[in-house]
Design a protein around this ligand. Sequence first.
Ligand SMILES: [Zn+2]
Ligand SMILES: [Zn+2]
Length: 323
Amino acid sequence: MPELRKHYFLDEYCIIAEERKRRPTDFRAAEPGAGSEANCSFCPGNEGMTPFADAVYTEKGVYSDGPERISGWKMRVFANVFPALVPDPGPASADWTALPGQGYHEVIVDSPRHEENPADFSEAHLGKLISVYRDRYVHYSGMSDVKYVSVYKNWGRDAGASMSHSHSQLIAMPIIPPLIKRELQVISSLAPSCPYCDIVAKESRSCRLIDQNEGWFLIAPFYSQAPYECWILPRRHFPSLKEMSEDEGNSLGRLLKRALGALRSVLNDPSYNCMIFQLPSCYHLNIRIQPVVSRIAGFEKGTGVCINTHAPETAAKELRLFL
Ligand SMILES: [Zn+2]
Ligand SMILES: [Zn+2]
């Protein structure tokens, strides 16, 4: 029977309603669409189609583009050509309340291979990607005009990716977003205990545990807004990638490899959003992967309550079979 589940510590709810899975549909599944390498601005050889790179990760070290663009890279970071926020915006409108759209928006091309699926990245490649996320996070989080740094990956068109070539993004914002602000208010009211440490303690012994290693747990959260939602939580309490040890970075790469592999097997290469939640202090870093297998519709938009037609307990059981 349907169940209204409350978030672990926020005043938010989702509905778990497996009955709704049986609804018929007369829509055809969306066609997958992959562009070609010839006109892909993210492909090696086409570096001139993008802005100069701020960071180019090669076998030999990290560089930035000079007058010539660097080739032979493993990962490449440059400003988004269609940014949500810019370093030097014009004045904001005088209507109601508006701030200038000030901030930084960059693209992290995380593979030189156009067709490579992140689920096929090696453990070392994923570990390297985590360390690039850390580098870029550290670069922005110390800036006086930055209040929050969002690092995320959209894989697949249904998840919002406009380019099929694998990439991640970073947006550094001049405000703390409302979602994070709400969390912080509750977390500070619970101090010195940490609600994420509680989640780790309880879910690591629950039927929603999918996988674990020496540094991390992979769970299907009790409060799952979407089918097959996965959270990755460090065993140790630390606020951001900056405080993560090298060993923890490597074990995160290994867990991510298993998580992406299991999701691909169960859902046949789903589109997904992967988001890193982190702050400079008073927080417990966590990573959330939400496959896009259903749409946000009128009820969700009208209430802020998501309907999830696949119970996390069921999802965890299925994902464990493909580890
Ligand atoms: Zn490409
Ligand atoms: Zn904690």
